[in-house]
Ligand binder design. Structure first.
Ligand SMILES: *Cc1c(COP(=O)(O)O)cnc(C)c1O
Length: 429
């Protein structure tokens, strides 16, 4: 029996979101630098999906690698009850400084799903701690995705990924989501219908409303306008419920501003972060809450405290990576690079949108997307497009018929233009 990496993988590894019977064997990645992933057979692929949306400044960025190495040599991990440490405290202060209003209190966890679970559990206990046991219901938006744990699946059930576990999910009120695109003339009607749905659902029993601000990621890169988020925030807060922004994908510059809530000029009650939090180096999540919410957990007995935690809560390596990544985001030419990517996307999308196969072109910050035709056939077109891109040295992963570019901020303008050229020629043929 051969012991090549692929043989070992085939015998022992189970891959996520993959039908392993029909999928081609995985590529063996051996190195990654900047926007490029290098495979065992010597191919270089430009990562147009930022390795599932986590990478910001490029693979193997030396500043983050050095921060992690230095922290690993000093202290790799310490229990986070009874202890704190410098990277955790400094990263929390950095996040609080960047987020608006009194979003000042950071609870660390392990990934995006747990950041969402924490927000949902904090919302319910917040009202229970205040003696308001009537607020137990959660609302979410149709098509939203919030992760793969049971609470996150429950608020994301309409994304359609969770049929095998329907019986396990708790009931959540679903509100229509006004997905729009460039030149969408019906957007105001869709927003009015969504807000009417929200008004109807917002009773005195609602504890919290969760939304992916500006763009639903896994649900198909479906975008909404900042104006809509403002109207949602007004209604949710007037109804006395908490507003949770799931910024797991939108955080750290993806939509052009450091956070989508800043771009929308909304101060939500909680913000969920992960993916870009460590610059794509380590798995970590954070739930940032407004300080008055945290205050409701202070008291004389343990029962009033938040009895939730993870073995690796506030892992020092993750926090050190987060701090180094935040510094890169705010320093140097990062903001200019983000603006540059958006400008290239806008220019190329405008030309491409004239093609009849391109539906619903849309753009926010560094994320450009469109639908390829209609129906199931469009889904197989997406799969073929992925292969064309691989053949030309790009990693692209359409979501069914939805094609999107979500590159790391370090991508060279010439490489991004080549990606758009590849798209143009593939669609023409
Ligand atoms: C990816 C994602 C999650 C889940 O994060 P994981 O780290 O995969 O658990 C939650 N919410 C949004 C908006 C996401 O994009």
């Amino acid at each position: 029996m051969s012991d090549s990496i692929l043989d070992l993988d085939r015998r022992h590894v189970w891959h996520p979101f993959t039908q392993e019977r029909t999928a081609p064997p995985p590529m063996v990645a051996v190195r990654a630098r900047g926007a490029r992933i290098v495979t065992e057979d010597g191919r270089e692929l430009i990562d147009l999906v930022s390795s599932w949306w986590v990478n910001l400044h490029g693979h193997g960025h030396p500043a983050i690698a050095a921060a992690v190495a230095e922290q690993a040599a000093r202290m790799e991990q310490v229990i986070f009850a009874d202890f704190t440490h410098e990277p955790a405290a400094r990263l929390a202060a950095g996040l609080a400084g960047l987020l608006p209003g009194d979003l000042d209190r950071v609870f660390y966890s392990d990934n995006g799903s747990t950041a969402v679970e924490v927000a949902l559990k904090v919302a319910l206990q917040y009202f229970a701690n205040r003696g308001d046991d009537g607020r137990r219901r959660l609302l979410a938006f149709e098509g939203g995705y919030h992760g793969d744990t049971v609470g996150a699946m429950s608020v994301g059930r309409s994304s359609g990924y969770f049929r095998a576990w329907e019986g396990l999910l708790f009931p959540v009120g679903m509100v229509p989501y006004p997905a729009g695109w460039i030149g969408d003339e019906a957007i105001r009607d869709k927003e009015a219908a969504a807000l009417a749905g929200l008004d109807a659902a917002l009773g005195p029993d609602v504890a919290a409303v969760i939304i992916e601000p500006l763009i639903q990621g896994a649900g198909g890169m479906r975008m909404c306008r900042p104006e809509f988020l403002k109207a949602v925030a007004e209604r949710v807060q007037a109804a006395g419920a908490l507003l949770i922004f799931d910024e797991v994908m939108t955080g750290f510059g993806r939509t052009g501003a450091p956070f989508a809530c800043l771009k929308a000029e909304v101060v939500p009650d909680m913000v969920c972060l992960s993916k870009g939090l460590t610059g794509g180096f380590l798995p970590m999540g954070a739930t940032v809450v407004r300080e008055p919410i945290h205050q409701a957990f202070l008291g004389e007995n343990l029962r009033q405290a938040f009895l939730h935690g993870h073995s690796y809560t506030a892992n020092p390596l993750g926090c050190a990576a987060g701090l180094a990544s935040l510094e890169l985001l705010l320093g140097g030419d990062c903001q200019a690079r983000i603006a540059g990517i958006e400008a290239i996307h806008a220019e190329r999308l405008r030309t491409l949108a004239a093609h009849e196969k391109i539906r619903r072109p849309r753009l926010t910050g560094t994320i450009a997307a469109f639908d390829l035709g209609e129906g199931d056939y469009a889904g197989t077109l997406g799969a073929r497009l992925k292969q064309v891109f691989l053949d030309r040295g790009f990693l692209l992963r359409p979501l069914g018929p939805v094609v999107y570019f979500l590159p790391p901020y370090c991508i060279e303008p010439a490489d991004l233009h080549r990606a758009w050229d590849t798209l143009e020629s593939a669609i023409r043929d």
